[in-house]
Design a protein around this ligand. Structure first.
Ligand code: ADP
Length: 247
């Protein structure tokens, strides 16, 4: 496999905070249409890796190539435009707007609609909103106020707000935290559906969910890759067992 086969290639990435290396000479490669799950004990550097990819944190050294471009030299909004969507743990939806309106607001340049383009753009927006609403199981709730959605539905809505923009890489931080079993199963279904068109990186602690979704698992420890491969492989890796039992 050459470097060009990967949608995301992270090489020798390091970030130091006052001399402490939260991410330490990390290399990580993600395929197109792959669901990669990152696991590891608290403080392993999982969140920092996502922060580095989306430009929230600047690397001390190393390279992050995405879709042929070097992300370490780009600003956060440029990285969004390059096709990277990031969902944080707490939903940032607009509670006083409907599901439709929340999705509509996320449409590129969709914020204020004036002038001759209005009609054409409206139809494009409506079609995309309906398409995404179906994916996130909210097609029958388009006119529901976001405030009265269940916790799980709010999480899906936020994923939908990212999907509207058709990112090529979606990054999710503990997407099923606080969800019911039924919601967790539907979230796995959602992720499996969207990887027909995009790659997904998930930070997750729920091992049942990891088994349901992961194509490959990367175990981080002290800012480095401790183990990588199928869930079956990493789960039986003595280095992984030692780190988890030692905690
Ligand atoms: P994880 O997500 O795996 O729990 P984090 O990426 O949040 O781990 O953190 C990795 C380490 O880096 C932790 O020891 C944390 O305290 C430290 N860290 C993260 N961000 C900063 C920061 N902005 N300044 C200083 N230390 C940080």
């Amino acid at each position: 496999q050459t470097a060009n086969d990967f949608i995301l290639s992270i090489d020798a990435l390091t970030v130091s905070f006052d001399g402490f290396k939260a991410v330490n000479d990390l290399s990580l490669y993600v395929d197109e249409n792959e669901i990669r799950v990152i696991i590891g004990p608290n403080g392993a550097g999982k969140t920092t890796v996502l922060d580095l990819i989306c430009g929230r944190t600047k690397a001390t050294s190393g390279s992050i190539r995405f879709d042929g471009r070097e992300l370490t030299r780009m600003r956060e909004h440029e990285i969004v435009h390059a096709g990277v969507g990031r969902k944080f743990q707490n939903p940032s939806i607009y509670e006083d707007l409907t599901v439709f309106e929340n999705l509509e607001l996320s449409f590129p340049q969709g914020r204020s609609v004036f002038g001759a383009l209005t009609f054409r753009r409206d139809r494009e927006v409506i079609e995309r909103v309906e398409e995404v609403a179906e994916l996130i199981f909210l097609k029958d709730h388009l006119n529901t106020d976001a405030a009265i959605l269940s916790h799980g539905q709010k999480q899906w809505l936020e994923i939908g707000m990212l999907l509207i923009q058709k990112p090529r890489l979606l990054m999710l931080d503990e997407p099923v935290a606080g969800m019911s079993v039924a919601e967790r199963i539907k979230t796995a279904e959602l992720l499996n559906t969207i990887t027909k068109n995009q790659s997904v990186i998930v930070i997750e602690h729920d091992m049942k969910f990891v088994e349901d979704i992961a194509h490959r698992v990367t175990v981080l420890h002290q800012g480095k890759v401790l183990s990588e491969g199928s869930m079956e492989r990493v789960k039986n890796d003595p280095k992984v067992i030692e780190v988890y039992l030692g905690h």
